[in-house]
Design a protein around this ligand. Structure first.
Ligand code: SAH
Ligand code: SF4
Length: 393
């Protein structure tokens, strides 16, 4: 593991100039109007900014050669194109990268909130795992984020900002060295091909902001990530699932983790409100569901808790008739957890039952273990480090 960046926690400053990076068209329009761009020019200017920010990855207004010098100067005086600040960047031996990011304080926040973003390169794709909230209101027993209180929802631009920052850091813009050659990056050359909302937080509890952010991510004139390559993962906020399908239309993943209500009530407590049968009904009715557009069911392997072969068989029965993929996730332990990861042989036996039912290679290989790339871990680790630094110093 290499930590290539590590900035100390400073006395937080409120951002002086707001950043335009991450804003939707309405936000950009309002920003341009506020610096006096005439109404009849607004749409044209928004289009220019859009292309520079989202298709070419501009980080300064100077680069925007087709924007008049005057307007560039006004933009420069009033705004920035800053991304979230990097607190740490860790690179795993397997190429996985994990960023701890600090966001500008909002309102009366005493501390600048911190979130995490993870990039996972694979042979046929590169997946960016982004956060939707700082902390989480839910308390799933195996998840470290669940032990952190919800601090706040992320704004749409803070969600999009994670994608921009990751593309900056891994050189994923056209021409990589800098903008200027125009156009979109060809699909085949992209490093980030997929985005998953599987970082910190429950995205369906920040519905509007996550939807608006994904609209920016999917916009064909900018980041142009196909909705089929964006996956929202939910613990099961049943009433919002059909609305997400209609209004956002991305792929869906369900954090199932148990096939019996009495166990799921304990592991994923939102189950007490929306039990398995209701969740399955929402899945069956998910708009656009087909064999080409399957729902992913995530199942974390917890030793002697949910990993029996009877559970594997019940899982297959439960999903019968739903176009589904199954992801068996080896539990990633964290300090203080009561859970253990299932033995590898047991995971294989469980996977065999699932495989026999027609689901291909369902075990998700642990990535970035050396940098603890599981939900919620890095943030806690950094807090711990600071506490110990305080004791020593
Ligand atoms: N709140 C949403 C999305 C974030 S969690 C949800 O629960 O789906 C993303 C995934 O990471 C979920 O499937 C979650 O169950 C899983 N996860 C959380 N902690 C984990 C751990 N310690 N080991 C393995 N997977 C974990
Ligand atoms: Fe929140 Fe998802 Fe973690 Fe549950 S698994 S506590 S819903 S982030």
């Amino acid at each position: 593991m290499t930590a290539v960046l590590d900035t100390p926690a400073p006395e937080q400053q409120l951002a002086t100039k707001p950043s335009l990076a991450g804003l939707g068209r309405t936000g950009l329009k309002a920003a341009l109007a506020s610096i006096g761009v005439p109404d009849k020019q607004l749409n044209m200017r928004v289009g220019q900014l859009w292309s520079w920010i989202y298709a070419r990855g501009a980080t300064s207004f100077d680069a925007m050669s087709n924007v008049s010098k005057d307007v560039r100067g006004q933009l420069q005086a009033a705004f920035t194109l800053e991304r979230p600040e990097i607190v740490t960047e860790q690179v795993s031996t397997d190429g996985t990268r994990k960023w701890l990011l600090r966001l500008p304080r909002r309102g009366r926040e005493a501390r600048a909130p911190e979130i995490e973003t993870v990039y996972i390169p694979e042979a046929d794709r590169g997946t960016l795992c982004i956060s939707s909230q700082v902390g989480c209101t839910l308390t799933c027993s195996f998840c470290h984020t669940g032990t952190q209180k919800l601090v706040r929802n992320l704004q749409p631009e803070e969600i999009v900002g994670q994608i921009l920052l990751a593309r900056d850091r891994i050189g994923d813009w056209p021409g990589a060295a800098g903008p200027g050659d125009g156009g979109l990056i060809p699909d085949a050359d992209r490093k980030i091909t997929n985005v998953v909302l599987m970082g910190m937080g429950e995205p369906l509890y920040n519905f509007d902001n996550v939807r608006d952010a994904m609209a920016v991510a999917a916009d064909g004139d900018g980041l142009a990530l196909s909705k089929r390559r964006i996956t929202l993962s939910t613990s099961g906020v049943v009433p919002e699932i059909p609305r997400w399908g209609e209004e956002a239309g991305t792929m869906l993943a369900i954090s199932l983790h148990a096939v019996r209500d009495e166990l799921r009530d304990k592991l994923v407590p939102i189950n007490r409100k929306y039990p398995i049968a209701e969740l399955m009904a929402a899945c069956r009715n998910y708009p656009g569901l087909s064999n080409a557009r399957r729902i992913t069911f995530e199942y974390v392997m917890l030793k002697d808790v949910n990993d029996s072969l009877a559970d594997a068989k019940a899982l297959v029965r439960l999903l019968a008739g739903i176009p589904a993929k199954i992801n068996l996730i080896p539990f990633n332990p964290w300090p203080g957890t009561a859970h253990e990861c299932s033995d590898w042989e047991q995971i294989e036996r469980f996977a065999e039952v699932v495989n026999r039912a027609g689901y291909a290679s369902p075990v998700r290989t642990p990535r970035g273990r050396d940098i603890m790339a599981a939900c919620g871990q890095l943030k806690s680790e950094s807090l711990k480090l600071r506490a110990s630094q305080r004791t020593i110093g």
